[in-house]
Ligand binder design. Structure first.
Ligand SMILES: [Zn+2]
Ligand SMILES: [Zn+2]
Length: 245
């Protein structure tokens, strides 16, 4: 569907235009075989409020950024490899219609289109690209994804203890595991989730308990799984090999 565009002059020009709009704040986007398929403004639900963002759909990545001057200057570029993406259609809320979630292991977020037709088009194009890419790479769709952050405004009280009321002095925090808005007391713990970050991240008390329990369980499992092999590890017999392990 797109391959015939891959090496055309018009495709290269379009990609060069996107690159120049992001300027030094963006990554080089032109690589052999990459095709720019479409672009549009979507509303992205952010922590504080929903904001318009420019989105570019390529055959292998989704790029989005903040709009400084539409069609002239964009900033805060984000690049999402499409083989990491799964989509989920979401019901309308009072404020937002035509929503869906873009989910990856690192980050998940909600966007909405101006109309139902527009959403349909975005989703069908995205899904087609994802399918095409996964089959080309011989990969299965990802099964795990990060929880999207619940927007600050969604709640005035801590979603874990339901006691703490937020104010200018009592700050909202986000659990990196479940995405809930929680108070400081309910999110004192940090936990290492290598998929999300090389540093331990803030998690709520409930997620912390679950993460610790899951870690313990997987450690026990690996212990039992390996115990019959203790002392009998396969070895090449090469001393150098053993040392490096
Ligand atoms: Zn709390
Ligand atoms: Zn949590």
């Amino acid at each position: 569907m797109v391959d015939h565009l891959a090496n055309t002059e018009i495709n290269s020009q379009r990609i060069a235009t996107v690159e120049s709009c992001f300027g030094a704040s963006g990554q080089p986007l032109a690589i052999p075989g990459r095709v720019l398929l479409g672009e549009g403004i979507l509303t992205k639900e952010c922590r504080k409020k929903a904001k318009p963002r420019i989105f570019f759909l390529f055959n292998d990545i989704l790029v989005y950024g903040s709009i400084v001057i539409n069609r002239r200057k964009y900033s805060s570029q984000h690049i999402i490899p499409l083989d990491e993406v799964t989509l989920e259609t979401l019901p309308d809320t009072l404020q937002m219609k035509n929503r869906w979630m873009i989910k990856t292991a690192k980050k998940s977020f909600v966007v909405s289109a101006a109309s139902l037709t527009e959403r349909k088009e975005w989703i069908s194009h995205l899904e087609e690209c994802i399918r095409h890419l996964l089959s080309k790479m011989g990969q299965q769709p990802p099964t795990e994804h990060a929880a999207p952050w619940i927007p600050d405004k969604a709640t005035d009280i801590c979603m874990r203890c339901t006691q703490t009321k937020f104010s200018t002095l009592t700050r909202r925090h986000h659990c990196r595991k479940c995405g809930f808005v929680v108070c400081g007391d309910c999110s004192r713990q940090r936990f290492l989730m290598p998929r999300l970050s090389p540093k331990p991240l803030r998690v709520c008390n409930l997620c912390y308990k679950q993460l610790v329990a899951a870690k313990k369980e997987s450690e026990e499992q690996s212990k039992t799984a390996h115990s019959p092999l203790v002392g009998y590890e396969p070895s090449s017999g090469d001393d150098k090999d053993t040392e490096s392990n």
